[in-house]
Write a protein that binds this ligand. Structure first.
Ligand code: SAM
Length: 332
């Protein structure tokens, strides 16, 4: 209940920056312990909605996935990143053992077994409710023997040496702080020839959007037809206050801007596919329900938005906030 109340306040008040600032101060004065507890329960409370498809971010819309993301990763709207990864980088399938970092409710690990990529997957997550749900869904799918889930804080994790053929982190590394330690652990846990694959938010830490990013997001928002524009629970996209970010979910994009630079200290990147999100992540996560995906004009607007972002990223006017990356340990 507290999470829903907090979310309602955040969304409604974002239309009124002054009220929001006052509410933020009042909240910190009156409810510090309650707010701290909310942050630690963040993922326990959300995982059910994520697995049931009730929580929709920009990547959960098939149109975005097929017409914006897949063409930039695999080059083919029909080829999903997982299929592309195994086809391109893992020749002998199924492999024996994959590790999934920050597995949540387990959608990735079930898919890995279902596509015949591996015999066994270990999935670790700090949220006990996520691990409970992942175990339940694995059993319901008849995959319980191949999927092993454990509650673990990956920031502190000690991994077995020489255990995994592939390590995967999907939308998880940007929630982790101790990146140097984690990459060291992943490096030693990979078998010779093993690779790390990440599909991640790598944009500004703590969502501290750049001025250009904010300007373009807001100009795009203003240019939208009324229905999608009004679907957004805000009039303008704002750079979030650091305190708000820390209280809502202390792990959210905690060192996202460091995910790639720190990786490069101990891994060689062998495939790097930036796929944007710099403007469309925040916008589409909110305005998509206002578009009529059966309407040619609405589809054209969305396709122009895809083209606009992709061109700005390709021409290096904007960095890419999301990336698919495959890397192998440096030998030195
Ligand atoms: C955005 S969700 C991604 C979940 C899953 N990989 C997916 O794509 O559906 C981020 C996940 O990271 C987990 N997480 C955050 N901090 C963590 C930590 N320190 N150790 C382990 N897991 C963590 C959260 O509990 C959550 O399940």
């Amino acid at each position: 209940m507290w999470n829903r109340f907090e979310r309602w306040c955040r969304l409604r008040l974002s239309k009124h920056p002054r009220l929001r600032a006052v509410a933020s101060v009042v909240r910190r004065q009156l409810l510090p312990s309650r707010w701290g507890a909310l942050a630690s329960r963040h993922w326990d409370d959300r995982v059910g909605d994520v697995e049931a498809g009730r929580q929709r971010g920009w990547l959960d819309w098939p149109l975005v996935e097929e017409e914006h993301v897949r063409p930039q990763i695999s080059g083919d709207p029909k080829v999903y990143y997982l299929e592309y990864f195994f086809e391109r980088h893992v020749k002998n399938r199924p492999v024996d053992h994959i590790l999934s970092l920050g597995c949540g409710g387990g959608n990735l690990e079930r898919a890995l077994v279902e596509i015949g990529a591996t015999r066994q997957v270990d999935g670790f997550d700090v949220s006990p409710e996520s691990i409970r749900l992942a175990n339940q869904l694995a059993a319901e799918s008849g995959l319980g023997d191949q999927l092993n889930y454990e509650v673990a804080d990956i920031d502190q994790i000690e991994l077995p040496v020489n255990r995994y053929d592939v390590v995967i982190a999907k939308m998880a590394l940007h929630h982790l702080e101790n990146l140097e330690h984690i990459y060291h652990q992943v490096k030693r846990s990979l078998k010779p020839g093993g690779v790390l694959m990440i599909n991640e938010f790598v944009g500004p830490s703590r969502f501290q959007w750049t001025d250009l990013q904010l300007r373009l997001m807001n100009e795009l928002l203003e240019a939208l037809p009324e229905k999608p524009r009004k679907a957004a629970p805000f009039l303008r996209v704002l750079r979030p206050e650091l305190e708000d970010m820390k209280t809502l979910d202390p792990s959210e994009s905690v060192r996202s801007a460091d995910v790639i630079p720190v990786l490069e200290q101990s891994f060689e990147i062998i495939d790097f596919k930036p796929y944007g999100g710099t403007l469309l992540h925040i916008l589409l996560s909110h305005v998509m329900p206002g578009f009529d995906l059966e309407d040619e004009k609405d589809l054209s607007i969305l396709r122009l938005m895809f083209l606009f972002e992709q061109t700005l990223v390709e021409q290096k006017v904007l960095p890419s906030d999301f990336a698919f990356v495959v890397a192998r340990p440096l030998t030195s």
